[in-house]
Each structure stands twice: as structure tokens, then as C-alpha cells.
Design a protein around this ligand. Structure first.
Ligand code: NAP
Length: 242
């Protein structure tokens, strides 16, 4: 069966690394992204160089119409075999009392509602052997006090989504897992107002350093690969011991 995977937020960071890794493993890819056309085009070019098919689709995952467009574009590559729910945002790091309602709503909208809507599209389209990987966060169990408790709470919801959906889709032979990264070197920390967080946080990570996007991509590729056929409902922590 040809692997055709939708990955949201595939233009940069963990999503881009995962798209490249999956292409190397034989997947054709539909890359969803928000605004960065150039970054998405660069990922597509790399996938083409690896001999796979790819399409980049600007698709805000909070908008059901745009999500539908992403999955319709993926269908042109062949029947869907996997979804990587990855598009996510943070908001400015700070105490809980300083959290602004708009930031809270955006984090819930993109990181939870977006994941649910994309998973629903995938659940309609996937057949036996299909799989979903949700990118969660180690924050889900750490709680992120003084940083972004609301983000951590939403990532915990991602884990619950993973567990419930794994059970609901198992009778159809569809697996659902999550990867929970720790602090990974991407642009997301700029959005939270601490661009050098990967370096400043190193001292509190047991392995003594932040992770790289490729190190998360490897976990996603394993969960979507032939060695994980009995793995479902798992949350695989890739967090350097955090
Ligand atoms: P990133 O480098 O900031 O990249 C975010 C990606 O998501 C970009 O491709 C962006 O598209 C896309 N995106 C953002 N909002 C979107 C929306 N509304 N609709 C569609 N696409 C959207 O982030 P990252 O660090 O790779 O994070 C990826 C995932 O890993 C997120 O779910 C995040 O919560 C999770 N995570 C990250 C870390 C970490 O330390 N980096 C740790 C734990 C979990 P554009 O390029 O068009 O802007």
C-alpha cells in the first residue's frame, strides 16, 4: 500500500523534519501550513528530491473548510494512510494571572479544536492499517507552572484524545498514538517570547540539552512504520528525561 500522509504544520520545526523523515521512509505527503509559503515550498522541494510526491496547502487548522481542502488535496496523491496532527502554537510565557483571554482561545483553537477536526477528517478517510500520530508535549504531565499552564492543559487533552480515539478506531484496524516532545529547538519559543529557550532550559533537562526536530521525527516515523503495528493508545515521551 502506498503511504499517503497529511501533516499539519509541516512547513517548519518538528513538522518539517517529520515530513522529510517520512518522505525518506517512502511516504507521499500533503503539507498543511498557516502562512509561511516559502518554508512550505522548501519542504516540498526536498520531498521531490527524495523521489516522493508532495503538495503544500495553506490550511489554518481552526477552519473546517480549509482542513477539508487539505485532505482533498491529499486524496489526489492516493488513498490516505496517515495523519500527523502537529500544527501548534504557544503564547507568551508568564504567570497564570497574566494570561490573556485571546491567547487562551488561540491555544485551545489551534492545539485542541484543530487536532480534533483533523482527526475527524482522518477517521472518515482512513482504512485498515491507517494511523494517526498527535504531537502532544511533555508539558501535559509537567503542568508548565509559571510558563503556560493553559498550553499544558490543552496538551493533556491531546493525550486523552489519543487514548479515546485509539480505542474507538481499533476495531477498524486504525492505530492512534501521540509523541510528547520536551524542549525542542524550533521557532515556537520565539512565539512565547523566549527565543533562546532551547539553550536557557538546558540545565533543567536530565540529558543536559534541548532536543532537535529530527529526534522527534524519528519517533513519529517509528509509530507510523511496520515495527509499531501493535502499538496504539501510546504516548511516547521524547523529552531528554523531562
Ligand atoms: P513551530 O516551529 O513554531 O512550527 C509551527 C508549525 O505549525 C508551522 O508549520 C506553522 O505554519 C504551523 N501552524 C501554526 N499555526 C497553524 C494553524 N493555525 N494552522 C495550520 N498550521 C499552523 O512549532 P514546533 O515547535 O515545530 O511545534 C510543533 C508541535 O510540537 C506543536 O504542536 C507544539 O505544541 C509541539 N511541541 C513543541 C515543542 C518544542 O519545544 N518545540 C515541545 C513540545 C511540543 P507556518 O510556517 O505557516 O507559520
Amino acid at each position: 500500500m502506498t503511504a499517503v500522509t497529511v501533516i499539519t504544520g509541516g512547513s517548519r520545526g518538528i513538522g518539517a523534519a517529520t515530513a522529510r523523515r517520512l518522505a525518506a521512509a517512502g511516504h507521499h505527503l500533503a503539507i498543511g501550513y498557516h502562512r509561511d509559503d516559502a518554508a512550505a515550498a522548501a519542504v516540498v522541494a526536498d520531498i521531490h528530491r527524495l523521489g516522493r510526491r508532495a503538495v503544500a496547502v495553506p490550511a489554518d487548522t481552526t477552519d473546517p473548510t480549509q482542513i477539508d481542502r487539505l485532505f482533498t488535496a491529499a486524496a489526489d496523491l492516493g488513498p490516505l494512510t496517515a495523519l500527523v496532527n502537529n500544527a501548534g502554537v504557544t503564547s507568551p510565557i508568564g504567570p497564570f494571572t497574566a494570561l490573556r483571554p485571546d491567547d487562551l482561545r488561540r491555544v485551545v483553537d489551534v492545539n485542541l479544536i484543530g487536532y480534533v477536526l483533523c482527526a475527524q477528517q482522518a477517521a472518515h478517510r482512513l482504512t485498515r492499517g491507517g494511523a494517526i500520530v498527535n504531537i502532544s508535549s511533555a508539558a501535559a504531565t509537567l503542568g508548565s507552572p509559571g510558563e503556560y499552564i493553559h498550553y499544558a492543559a490543552v496538551k493533556a487533552a491531546t493525550d486523552t484524545l489519543t487514548i479515546g480515539l485509539a480505542k474507538e478506531l481499533a476495531p477498524r484496524g486504525i492505530r492512534v498514538n501521540a509523541v510528547a516532545p520536551g524542549i525542542i529547538r524550533t521557532d515556537i519559543h520565539t512565539d512565547s517570547g523566549v527565543p533562546d529557550r532551547a539553550d536557557t532550559a538546558a540545565g533543567r533537562i536530565p540529558l543536559g540539552r534541548a532536543g532537535e526536530p529530527d529526534e522527534v521525527a524519528g519517533a513519529v516515523a517509528w509509530l507510523l512504520g511496520p515495527d509499531a503495528t501493535y502499538t496504539t493508545g501510546a504516548v511516547l515521551r521524547v523529552a531528554g528525561g523531562l
